[in-house]
Each structure stands twice: as structure tokens, then as C-alpha cells.
Design a protein around this ligand. Structure first.
Ligand SMILES: [Fe+2]
Length: 199
């Protein structure tokens, strides 16, 4: 049984950057929905195994990919937020790695902004490390599961589905992204980066 990840902050404290009604809807309705769906899908897998009936396997596999990734990405995204931002910056070790893989820190920021502003349809932008490729990369994930990489470890996860900003920012995604940077927890990014060498 999968459960929603508990928040380490009171989401009202993310205001004014992230409206609490919008957060409430995002967390308690949408994230809850994906979590419930994932649990239902796991039950269906178990029923199939018990009944030796796999006639719905293709549909089930698609729903697993969509809902499991939605569950994972939302959990990581909410963990990436904090009401006490900018106290911690990216670690020197990570910044040096970024400079090596992106050419410069400015190039990394420019690529991150371009990825956030130019994604086709609903999706996510994720900065992470692909272990197999041995490379830090910024990827765009369409919907919750398309265009992702198989051995990719997320460090910074940003939701750019319209549902993540429309209630407060309407169509002004640029303003949403600008304000989101005020409430990102770089400490979480550093910790995730440090843990990749332990996997
Ligand atoms: Fe979302």
C-alpha cells in the first residue's frame, strides 16, 4: 500500500509564491488521486496473478507507467519545496559537476529556463544524473512518463502541468517559474546528489 509522502512544512507558509488553495488542490486532490490509482493498479496486478488472467496486461502496464510516475514525481516535487528558501545553495561539489557537464553554470540556468518555458503539453522538467550515461542532464518529461531516461536519478523536479499553477498564475507560466525559485530547497538537491554515489 502506497501512501502520500508527508510534507515537512505547512503549505500555507509557501505563500505568496504558491497559493495555499492551489497547493491544497494539487496535494490533496490530484496527488491523492494518483496515489489511489497506483494502489488500485497494484491490486489488479495481484488479482491477475491469483486468477491467472492477464488479458488486461497492456492497459495495466500503461496505467502503471502513468500513475506510478505521477506518484513518484509529485512526491519528489513537494519535497523540493520549502518556505525557508535560499538559505542553502547548491554545494560546491555539485556546481563543479554542473560546470563540467554543462560547460558553465550560466549555461545550466539558461537550459533549465528554456526547458521549463518550452515544453510541449503537460509535463515536468527534471534536473538529474543518469548513472548509465554518467552525465548530469535536464530532461523534459511529457505527461508523467514520456521522454524519460531509464537510469535517471532526479535531483530537482519541477511540475509544469497547468494544474500546478493555473489557479494562481492563469497562463503566466513565466511568473510561476520565477516565483517557484524562491521556494526551492537546494539542500534537498544536494542531499539527493550526495546519495547517488551510495546507490
Ligand atoms: Fe502536478
Amino acid at each position: 500500500m502506497y501512501e502520500m509522502k508527508k510534507l515537512k512544512y505547512n503549505y500555507k507558509d509557501l505563500e505568496p509564491y504558491y497559493d495555499s488553495n492551489m497547493f491544497n488542490y494539487h496535494y490533496n486532490t490530484l496527488y491523492k488521486g494518483y496515489t489511489d490509482n497506483l494502489n488500485k493498479i497494484m491490486d489488479e496486478f495481484n488479482n491477475n496473478r491469483k486468477n491467472s488472467d492477464f488479458s488486461n496486461i497492456q492497459n495495466l502496464s500503461k496505467r502503471l507507467s502513468f500513475n506510478a510516475n505521477a506518484y513518484i514525481l509529485h512526491g519528489l516535487f513537494f519535497e523540493n519545496l520549502t518556505p525557508m528558501p535560499n538559505k542553502t545553495l547548491l554545494s560546491n561539489e555539485l556546481v563543479n559537476h554542473i560546470k563540467k557537464d554543462f560547460g558553465s553554470y550560466d549555461a545550466f540556468i539558461d537550459e533549465l529556463n528554456a526547458s521549463l518555458l518550452n515544453i510541449e503539453g503537460p509535463g515536468w522538467v527534471v534536473f538529474g544524473y543518469d548513472k548509465y550515461l554518467d552525465k548530469l542532464l535536464i530532461i523534459q518529461i511529457e505527461k508523467h512518463q514520456e521522454l524519460t531516461l531509464i537510469d535517471f536519478i532526479p535531483l530537482l523536479v519541477i511540475d509544469v502541468w497547468e494544474h500546478s499553477y493555473y489557479l494562481q498564475y492563469k497562463t503566466d507560466k513565466k511568473e510561476y517559474i520565477r516565483n517557484l525559485f524562491f521556494i526551492l530547497d537546494f539542500n534537498v538537491v544536494n542531499n539527493r546528489y550526495n546519495s547517488i554515489y551510495m546507490i
